[in-house]
Design a protein around this ligand. Sequence first.
Ligand code: PMT
Length: 403
Amino acid sequence: MRLANKKILLGVSGSIAAYKAPDLVRRLRAEGAEVEVVLTRAGAEFITALTLQAVSGRRVHARHLDPEDETVMGHIELARWADLVLIAPASAHLIAKLAAGLADDLLSTLCLASTAPLALAPAMNRAMWEHPATRVNVATLERRGVRLFGPGIGDQACGETGAGRMLEPEELTALTAGLFAAGPLRGVSVVVTAGPTREPIDPVRFVSNRSSGKMGYALADAAAAAGARVTLISGPVAQPLAAGVRRIEVATAEEMRRCALEQAGCDIFIAAAAVADHRPRYPAPRKLKKDAVPAALELERTPDIVGEVAALPAAPFMVGFAAETDDLARNAMAKLRAKGLDMVVANLVGREGTGFESDDNEVTLFWDGGKAELPRAPKRELGRDIIGYIAERYHAQGAAQDP
Ligand code: PMT
């Protein structure tokens, strides 16, 4: 049982996804958790306290400063009791209240009064999730360390399709268990870049490369499984996203650079993306007619993203990749030094079966004073091994820096 003796305060706010809350309570309890449910007034429009009481085996808390409730377990006591506050579903309105620090009902008051970690499973219409106000509120909460579980992408109750669907109770239970898992990167924030970038020639043509994103996505999955808070900055690829990984989609090297600099406050930065080294100097604003496409494109260098992040005054632990066709060790060590990295994951490319696009890879890790050779294996497996080495080096470096 992955949640044995864990005390979970489950907040249920106003969304149609509240109908999944009883199943979530049941699954959390099946993993050994004790669950106290707090139902907001809007949540009670979608699901009854009686149902939640039946599945949690406890009285449901629904009213702020309820004289009867306060004698059983006062709201401050409830806030102190929790090992985790999980709000599922978390509506756009509730997210806005938490971002503003309001305390006008029992659930929002408990969130302010509790020092336990807070996790939210957003559930709302696609347009509400994409609204700039919600984007700012979510970013504010994430900066404070609030964990976001989802939302998922797919068909919504309102008939639209897009991001905003609450994750399924099974996925939420797994993510909750992950918060308590004792992985080597527990509590560590990790940014991974993955996939290619596309550098426009005109609005429909671009310069790019064959990166599929498999290696970067495998690393993001493995880091999340090791307990890290993972943000994946992804170029255009079609890879499935592991539950618990936050993805930011970008297209060009410049977009990836801006996003990387915004996320550079992380603890570990892993640059697995195959950033295009060059881009057309003069991309056309309109689609070029066939005959107007120049026979030779004038190119310019793209920014060196990993080098820029590594040069920041409080740079994270930096892991770069080196894709080489020959002289792996010499080129990888040169990149380690030139870009100011803590580790380089070097792979030979241009061979059948490993490197770009393939399911397998074969890499050598280099760091100052050491190296590790990881023989050919599926990228998912290699991802776990690479994360193991990164965790070890990251902690060793932290220990060496501690006075
Ligand atoms: O995506 P897959 O199909 O699974 O393939 C995996 C992979 C082969 C793409 C991956 O294993 C890999 O090698 N990624 C790095 C590819 C690359 O661009 O290597 P490089 O040697 O050109 O760049 C060195 C490092 O600088 C890399 O960490 C790269 O992300 C970074 N870089 C490069 C150019 C640039 N303008 N900015 C950068 O930050």
